[in-house]
Design a binder for this molecule. Structure first.
Ligand code: HEC
Ligand code: HEC
Length: 190
């Protein structure tokens, strides 16, 4: 009996959390200048959102809104567009459903040191399976470097990543890891 209740709750939560990707596309016009309409941002300091896990995108937008991920340059955007949970869910559904542009096999050979400790959550090729671990495959190298530096210097905090940051090593190792994941092919390509 208890099992049924739990399953029922899970289904309810899933249905409830499902955003409307069509509505999300309209709302995404406010994101175009930095992330592009399909989430394949061209400027490397703006993360790609295309094909990212929906659950992670939702979590992050709420984290900007509530300043858990405290990034001053995101304050205005968060205030305007991440104010409402429905908008967040619609935006996340839209971007998660887009096809990433990192669909070609890597042309350069990269070997990253120290990625063994990352693979349990992010997978060896950065295509993390569990929806609360962000995909790193095909993400912009510059953005990945910045994210790792921010975990390392404490300006971005997360219970898991703040611990992992102790294993990043020096700047050249961080660059090496970022280059490796940025050059992996997304698994959401056909
Ligand atoms: C002026 C440029 C700009 C605009 C417009 C913008 N963003 Fe961003 N976005 C950024 C930057 C810069 C970051 C990285 C910030 C950081 O270091 O946390 C970011 C990060 C994100 C992330 C986190 C990605 C990750 O991998 O953790 C999400 C999700 C996101 N933006 C969604 C949106 C959505 C949805 C919109 C439109 C409603 C939007 N952004 C509009 C600049 C922008
Ligand atoms: C125990 C699970 C776990 C392990 C192991 C782990 N990560 Fe993460 N990683 C996460 C989670 C959870 C997040 C999202 C945290 C947040 O919201 O800031 C994340 C986020 C990231 C991000 C930011 C992605 C984005 O889109 O902003 C990078 C980069 C990253 N991890 C790199 C690594 C590297 C490199 C390693 C290995 C040294 C590693 N991670 C090991 C769980 C893990």
């Amino acid at each position: 009996m208890k099992k049924f209740v739990i399953i029922g709750l899970l289904i309810f939560n899933t249905v409830h959390a499902a955003g409307d990707a069509i509505a999300g596309k309209d709302k995404a016009i406010h994101c175009i200048s930095c992330h592009n309409i399909d989430g394949n941002s061209i400027i490397p300091i703006y993360p790609k959102l295309a094909g990212q896990h929906e659950m992670y995108l939702i979590k992050v937008m709420k984290a900007y809104r509530d300043k858990i991920r405290d990034v001053p340059s995101m304050y205005t955007i968060a205030k305007k567009y991440f104010n409402n949970d429905n908008d967040i869910e619609d935006l996340a559904a839209h971007f998660a459903a887009q096809k990433p542009d990192s669909c070609i096999e890597p042309t350069i050979e990269v070997t990253a040191n120290k990625i063994e400790s990352c693979t349990i959550c992010h997978q060896p090729d950065g295509n993390s399976v569990l929806p609360f671990f962000p995909k790193l495959a095909g993400q912009h190298k510059e953005y990945l470097i910045k994210a790792m530096q921010n975990y390392k210097n404490g300006s971005r905090r997360d219970p898991q990543m703040s611990q992992m940051a102790l294993l990043f090593g020096d700047d050249s190792n961080i660059e090496n890891i970022a280059t490796y994941f940025a050059n992996q092919k997304s698994n959401t390509c056909e």
